[in-house]
Write a protein that binds this ligand. Structure first.
Ligand SMILES: Nc1nc2c(ncn2[C@@H]2O[C@H](COP(=O)(O)OP(=O)(O)OP(=O)(O)O)[C@@H](O)[C@H]2O)c(=O)[nH]1
Ligand SMILES: [Mg+2]
Ligand SMILES: [Zn+2]
Length: 288
């Protein structure tokens, strides 16, 4: 349920109290660590003090390193439009990372009470062609909660996004009580203050679990071949079948259906530029 200072908090099946466990020996040798969300086996060492040892980790259905979670089937990618200002490239890197791990992204634009009237339409134009659900929410004014709750029902979902985006505030608004600690956004730097320091699995309704996770200001997109990248952009992947050359990188090639779709407004210029930026990064890192 939670990992903190070398302890792994384990909730036995059907019980209410967690055991503080260590994970020794076997794991260190294999350089393996339990992740929050893991299904484990453990031995009780002190029944009275609720202490134990994790002895085995069951095979994971899915996992992420940033944020560090296991066994979630979808993710709320949470970004504010203002405070902190939306970074499209970072948002796309989160989406790519989730596609890479076969975890379904749900885009959540938070703090809608701070938005300008044209924001929603503009963002929908950019991200709707991806095909992911898109939600606009205000935790402060408790707007948009039903739509998100509907998408969460029966799932184990992680939140992901930069510090200060309002991930913990949204978890509190969704569950109707204060289960997660919230911080603030620095006026000086415009960044969040890294309030959530550990990952924790929270039950917010029957059969509905959410991970609260720490924010990451940068997600790197490295561990893949450049040829794989377009398959993690659903709208580019779909249209890319129509390019003249097989293996078209959608960069400078003639007869590129993707570039035509960008010109026709079917793929957003923003997403295309973010694709190219990451593509060139991957291409150049192979040079040395
Ligand atoms: N105006 C407005 N502010 C919000 C809203 N949701 C969150 N905030 C503010 O945004 C700040 C950061 O919120 P958190 O929920 O702590 O952000 P977080 O994403 O969990 O950040 P980390 O834990 O650092 O990763 C706090 O000052 C919140 O009050 C909202 O809907 N509207
Ligand atoms: Mg938080
Ligand atoms: Zn192409």
């Amino acid at each position: 349920m939670k990992a903190l200072s070398g302890f792994y908090y384990v909730l036995p099946d059907g019980e209410e109290t967690v055991y503080a466990c260590r994970a020794k020996g076997v794991f260190r040798k294999k350089n393996q660590h339990p992740l929050v969300g893991d299904i484990v086996q453990f031995d009780v060492t002190h029944e009275k003090d609720l202490e134990g040892n994790v002895t085995a980790i069951e095979e994971r259905e899915s996992f992420l390193i940033r944020p560090p979670v296991a066994n979630c089937d979808q993710a709320l990618v949470i970004f504010a439009v203002h405070t902190p200002d939306l970074n499209h490239n970072q948002l796309t890197r989160y989406l790519v990372m989730l596609e890479q791990k076969s975890i379904r992204p749900i885009i959540v634009f938070s703090k809608s009470d701070l938005n300008d009237p044209q924001d929603e339409e503009q963002l929908r134009r950019i991200y709707e062609p991806c095909g992911y659900p898109i939600c606009f929410v205000s935790s402060k004014e408790e707007c948009g909660m039903e739509g998100v709750l509907e998408l969460l029902k029966g799932h184990v979902t992680t939140v992901a996004g930069p510090s200060g985006a309002g991930k913990s505030a949204l978890i509190n608004a969704l569950s109707g009580r204060k289960v997660a600690q919230t911080g603030s956004v620095s006026e000086k730097t415009g960044r969040g203050k890294q309030t959530t320091r550990h990952t924790e699995l929270l039950r917010i309704a029957k059969d509905t679990y959410l991970f609260d996770t720490p924010g990451f200001s940068s997600i790197e997109t490295k561990q893949m071949e450049k040829e794989e990248l377009s398959s993690y952009f659903p709208e580019i992947h779909r249209i890319g079948c129509g390019c003249r050359f097989r293996g078209c990188a959608h960069d400078k090639e003639p007869g590129c259906a993707v570039k035509e779709a960008v010109e026709a407004g079917e793929i957003s210029e923003q997403r295309y530029q973010d694709y190219l930026l990451i593509y060139h990064e991957l291409r150049d890192q192979k040079k040395y």
